[in-house]
Design a protein around this ligand. Sequence first.
Ligand code: PHE
Length: 341
Amino acid sequence: MALNEFIAELDGVLQEATAAFAAAADNDALEEARVAFLGAKKGRLRAAQKGMGGVDADDRPQAGQRLNDVKRAIETAFEEAERRIATGAADAAASGPAFDRTLPGSEYRVGSLHPITQTIEELKDIMGRLGFTVADGPEIEDERHNFEALNIPREHPARDPLDNFYLSTAEKTADGLDLLMRSQTSTVQIRVMEHTPPPVRIISLGRVYRPDEADRTHYPMFHQMEGLMVDEGVTMADLKSVLRMFASSYLGSDVRVRFRPSFFPFTEPSVEADFEWNGEWIEFGGAGMVDPNVFTAVGYDPESVTGFAFGLGVERLCMRRHNLADIRDLFTNDVRFLRQF
Ligand code: PHE
């Protein structure tokens, strides 16, 4: 056999082997191709090698050299294919299983406003239609706004440290007044009147704090809606009609309002306001005509203006509306409960 024939034979094997390795899609196919070309017994290279015996003795060293080169080239092509298949498998694993468009989609959890927030928004809406604008005040209050200006003097039991969350005695206002978590939103009456000349028609909705044991109807933090209307000639009939309009808007047109005599230092006379709901009378808060001492404390002339004030429990209103039995459910943040609103 002539040298060039032998070389042509080897080059043919190299070309075919390179093509076969490149075409192998997985390890099994590659192994099959390896045995076919590099197999020690029946491999194509082995078969071509046999042709070397027919090459002229003078040309044999060159033929052997060529054989080694081709063998190395085929092995390199095999290793390349091996690497290609290995990285391909790694890429596929990294990109996860193929997208299955027949599976149901994952559900988006859409949040909603807390039931108390929803109630507050509705109360603002109803009272807004009755001409009341929203005022705000701080939750950390001084004793003047929480007590003194509301006609609750120092020796009054309502100021007892056991009934209030006072801040540590080290924390006082610049004037040396004690600070506490406000126990009522009536503080905002004072804050508004201090800065606004009459007439005034505001509500204020917010948190108040009292050291009560938590049970089905009590919680150490709850919300109140304060109302205040001051003008010339405001009477208790105005108070009752505003509360009746409010109650029938919020609870239903057949709701009735009842006043029972009561006492608050900052109103005179004072009442407890009950609403009739499903044939039952329920107390929703306190109310009354603003005490002249309160007007004097904020610089109003008690001879020229009168006014009414009320403070309703927001949780109570919310719980009635939604038929809730336990106030604690509102504040434990259990999504199974909250999701229902
Ligand atoms: N602040 C009173 C309370 O928390 C309620 C109230 C407000 C009473 C306004 C009269 C007038 O109990």
